[in-house]
Write a protein that binds this ligand. Structure first.
Ligand code: AMP
Length: 542
């Protein structure tokens, strides 16, 4: 017997319909790439998205066609996403921080027909154009007045292109499992692989992360997604904010401390989200000023481990709650958030910070397990590490074009490549990437734990730990640090500082101070490069 409920496919463009109908006058404020602050609302975003859809339809864009975007977070990027979704085309966010040859690879691999680009990236597209034979048109996200001279034969200013449509158009409908978006993820080996979200997975994921224990957005919130839409499905905020009628503040191209502070302050942002690097810039900016953050209630920090010192600074100095989050491109992307369940909610001071170092618990629709090297499930005792595996309706089951082959185990779990433990209340804590974990005398040492402690030292701006070959122990930890301006951290000072914070056998065998630690295009520490840099290094005791 079947249920007798209506067939209502979970299509992403229904989200902007809802936002326009229920929260039509709620604002979307952007720092435009051209400079000035731009203000619009959900009703207007929907109207203009319909024009995008109509215009695409007229160009012959059909269900399943991939369309690239090289763009910052602005109202135009949002309109383009919904316009594409409304004709069944697939938004393919390209990360402009990748190497140009990687960009060419993924645009060709995805077979993008069109490219929507911000002014910032037009020179990049011009340079790559001869390597992108499938690209029929480049639509520059600006108006005629700001459109520069370009050698591209097929470029047009977005506002001119859009003006050719009147918006008298109806969204297409199709199966909810139809592809909605694509985001390439760069593994350490081989080419980047395409993760393909569906309409259904995006809608379910946004509903899951909108629960109060997760992002918990509401129509009273003012959300600034600093995380770019080209990182890991933009943390799904382009869906979860309109779904709840949350005001959006889009930071455009400027993510330095001063620019972010300015928007937090003038737009009275209540909740914001980004990787730790962004918050480091903001906190450094605030440090040298007497500014406060009176409007900001919570900050979501993920993409890399949130250092304890950062959580403490936000909470103690600025009275802003930190929500540590973990996820990955393959998970749409949010997996866990460290909101406090009753068991932990009453904790204060260091005890609270101890819990907030964890990446948190998963919402309904994400199942986790940890397994050892023999695929045996490990206990949730908050100590035993294992490979973290996940399954759910918004988690990848394969990569685009079958790259990488079979990626699920027999029970349908995806191996995240992270190593973690889970405590009895379901709080997961990442201890490492499987490939970064240090194996010393057969025991595992968490590089992330060591890094978190090292960045708590007052002289340290950034820290990375890598395993270096050791004749007795196979591998031992080497701590690499960048000094804060005007500070000179020393080996002995750091080891001494870490002494009572970890087991003795975890202490790094040596410390090296460098000018810079290499980062990937998504702002993560590039451990492969760092290991390469230190491949000839030998420990003093080796
Ligand atoms: P990406 O798909 O590029 O977002 O990368 C996902 C990976 O980033 C995860 O598998 C983790 O290794 C790492 N990651 C994300 N969030 C966190 C976090 N809060 N703490 C530690 N690592 C994280």
């Amino acid at each position: 017997m079947l249920g007798l409920m209506q067939d209502w496919p979970l299509l992403c463009h229904r989200i902007i319909d809802h936002a326009a109908e229920m929260h039509g006058n709620r604002e979307v404020v952007s720092r435009s790439v051209e400079g000035p602050i731009h203000r619009t609302d959900y009703r207007t975003i929907r109207e203009r998205s319909l024009k995008v859809a109509q215009r695409l339809d007229r160009m012959g864009v059909r269900v399943g066609d991939r369309i690239g975007t090289l763009a910052w977070n602005t109202w135009r990027h949002l309109e383009v996403w919904y316009g594409l979704l409304g004709v069944g085309a697939v938004y393919h966010t390209v990360n402009p921080r990748l190497f140009p040859d990687q960009i060419a690879y993924i645009v060709n691999h995805a077979e993008d027909r069109l490219m929507f680009t911000d002014l910032t990236f037009l020179p990049l597209v011009e340079k790559l154009a001869e390597h992108l034979p499938l690209l029929e048109k480049v639509i520059v996200l600006t108006d005629a007045a700001n459109m520069p001279e370009t050698g591209l034969a097929n470029a047009v200013a977005y506002e001119d292109w859009l003006a050719e449509a009147d918006g008298d158009f109806a969204w297409k409908t199709f199966d909810e499992n139809t592809a909605a978006g694509m985001c390439y993820t760069s593994g350490t080996t081989g080419h980047p692989k395409g993760v393909v979200y569906s309409h259904r997975s995006n809608v379910l994921h946004s509903m899951a992360v909108n629960q109060p224990d997760m992002l918990g957005l509401s129509s009273r919130d003012i959300m600034m997604p600093v995380v770019p839409m080209f990182h890991a499905n933009g943390w799904s905020i382009a869906f979860s904010a309109p779904m709840t009628g949350t005001t959006m503040v889009m930071p455009g191209a400027k993510m330095d401390g001063a620019s972010i502070y300015e928007l937090l302050d003038t737009e009275k942002v209540s909740v914001t989200a980004a990787v730790p690097t962004v918050w480091l810039m903001l906190l450094q900016f605030l440090d040298g000023s007497d500014h406060q953050l009176p409007h900001l209630e919570r900050v979501i920090i993920g993409g890399a481990a949130c250092p304890r010192a950062m959580t403490a600074a936000f909470q103690k100095k600025y009275d802003v709650d930190v929500l540590h989050a973990w996820g990955m491109t393959e998970m749409s992307p949010l997996g866990t958030i460290c909101s406090l369940k009753p068991e932990y909610a009453g904790l204060e001071g260091d005890a609270r910070l101890d819990i907030q170092e964890k990446q948190g618990h998963a919402p309904f629709s994400i199942e986790m397990k940890i397994t050892d090297d023999y695929d045996i499930e490990q206990d949730w005792d908050g100590k035993t590490f294992g490979r973290l595996k996940v399954r759910g309706p918004a988690i990848a089951k394969a990569y685009f074009k079958g790259e990488g082959g079979e990626i699920l185990d027999d029970a349908g779990y995806f191996d995240t490549g992270d190593v973690a433990h889970i405590d009895p209340y379901g709080y997961m804590q990442i201890t490492d990437r499987a490939k970064d974990v240090i194996k010393s005398g057969g025991e595992w040492i968490s590089t992330i734990d060591l890094e978190n402690i090292a960045v708590g030292h007052p002289d340290v701006a950034e820290a990375a730990v890598i395993g270096v070959a050791h004749p007795k122990w196979d591998e031992r930890p080497l701590l690499v640090v960048v000094a804060k301006d005007g500070c000179t951290p020393t080996r002995d000072g750091l080891i001494d500082y870490m002494q009572d914070k970890v087991a003795k056998w975890w202490l790094p065998n040596d410390v090296v101070v460098v000018d810079e630690i290499p980062h990937t295009a998504t702002g993560k520490i590039q451990k492969t490069t760092l290991r390469e840099q230190f491949k000839d290094y030998t420990f003093p005791d080796a």
